[in-house]
Ligand binder design. Structure first.
Ligand code: HMG
Ligand code: MG
Length: 308
């Protein structure tokens, strides 16, 4: 079996990770988190979303966060835009990439963005057109590609159908998302296979939440197919407000450790990444969800104790 020699990780912690957070996270903390992530070697960061603040209050400071970031050359900053209104608001922030987000499940589409799958595609079409005309790269997120909190298991055909619709409106790259983290390796592989009917391997990423502890196994399954791009979340932060009970994405630290152990290059400094995760976990007042960060922090502590 051959695995990719290089993997690109997109840290979605500042957006997916924090969008569901009940306590207010000040813009300054979000900005500092982005700075720490880029200093740790992340070359792509999903910063915020330009959605309705009534739906997701935590992202209401989107423009302030984007304006506050000191951009590093070579780092790409992406934002979610659910409609033209969001896209127009995002433009002033000069994102490198926008994300339109749809679902393979009708019920989730209704709950998350208040419209059917078909209506969401109609809504995205002018957003994609405007973004591409402005030279902004367009990614599509496909939610609930293996399971839905309202409809249960999702057939791969529905993923293929959605991927085809995304391709049809000019989306350049799609993320295959296990929104509620119920997927297991073979189911995730089927969802990716269905997507491959419409998008090339280089234009597909994995986005696995870790609710059932399967996200690393799912990542390995996707890697074995040749998928080399993944959305991950520092400290395993997160969840979706419209998928109750779902936890965060697989922790970036855990994926970096997995890849380093397999000799796969990510360009990320694991120690600096752990510090970034510790920074946001300290602010939120709870321990990191990353098993690797917990283990390495305990090791650091032990070596400090040995030294005194
Ligand atoms: P709606 O209520 O159907 O839309 O919401 P509307 O057009 O009727 O507008 C309602 C109000 O929102 C109006 O304000 C609009 O002006 C305003 P009012 O007149 O009541 O004062 N509005 C906006 N304000 C700011 N920015 C905008 C915007 N659009 C309308 N862009 C809408 C439709 C899509 C806006 C809403 O459902 C929404 O914002 N949903 C976002 C939900 C969300 O952010 N979910 C989490 C992200 S997706 C995710 O996490 C999954 C992912 O990680 C992959 C995975 O894991 O599956 C990507
Ligand atoms: Mg997500």
């Amino acid at each position: 079996m051959s695995y990719p020699s290089r993997v690109k990780l997109v840290d979605v912690g500042p957006r997916d990770g924090l969008q569901n957070e009940k306590q207010t996270v000040p813009a300054a903390v979000k900005i500092e988190l982005v700075h720490r992530l880029q200093n740790a070697g992340l070359r792509e960061i999903e910063v915020t979303s330009f959605v309705s603040p009534k739906w997701v209050p935590q992202m209401a400071d989107n423009s302030e966060v984007m304006a506050g970031i000191t951009r590093q050359p070579g780092v790409r900053y992406s934002v979610l835009t659910p409609n033209l209104r969001g896209f127009e608001a995002a433009l002033a922030s000069r994102p490198d990439e926008i994300v339109v987000f749809a679902a393979a499940s009708e019920a989730f589409s209704q709950r998350n963005i208040n419209c059917s799958i078909a209506e969401s595609i109609e809504r995205f079409a002018p957003v994609v057109e405007a973004a591409r005309a402005a030279g902004i790269y367009v990614r599509g997120a496909m939610s609930c590609t293996v399971g839905c909190p309202y409809e249960g298991e999702i057939a791969p055909e529905r993923v293929g159908y959605l991927a085809g619709l995304m391709k049809g409106i000019g989306v350049q790259h799609v993320g295959v998302a296990d929104t509620i983290g119920v997927g297991t390796p073979l189911k995730v592989q089927r969802a990716i296979e269905a997507t491959l009917a419409h998008f090339a391997m280089d234009d597909i990423s994995g986005h696995f939440h870790d609710t059932y502890g399967q996200a690393l196994a799912n990542t390995l399954a996707a890697l074995s197919m040749g998928v080399w791009q993944y959305d991950t979340s520092v400290a395993g932060l997160g969840g979706c407000p419209y998928a109750k009970g779902a936890t965060g994405n697989v922790a970036t630290e855990d994926v970096v450790y997995l890849l380093q152990g397999m000799g796969i290059d990510t360009g990320i400094d694991l120690d600096a990444l752990i510090d970034a995760g510790q920074y946001i976990s300290d602010f939120l007042g709870r321990p990191t969800q990353s098993r690797v960060a917990k283990a390495l922090l305990a090791k650091r502590e032990a070596s400090v104790c040995d030294a005194v």
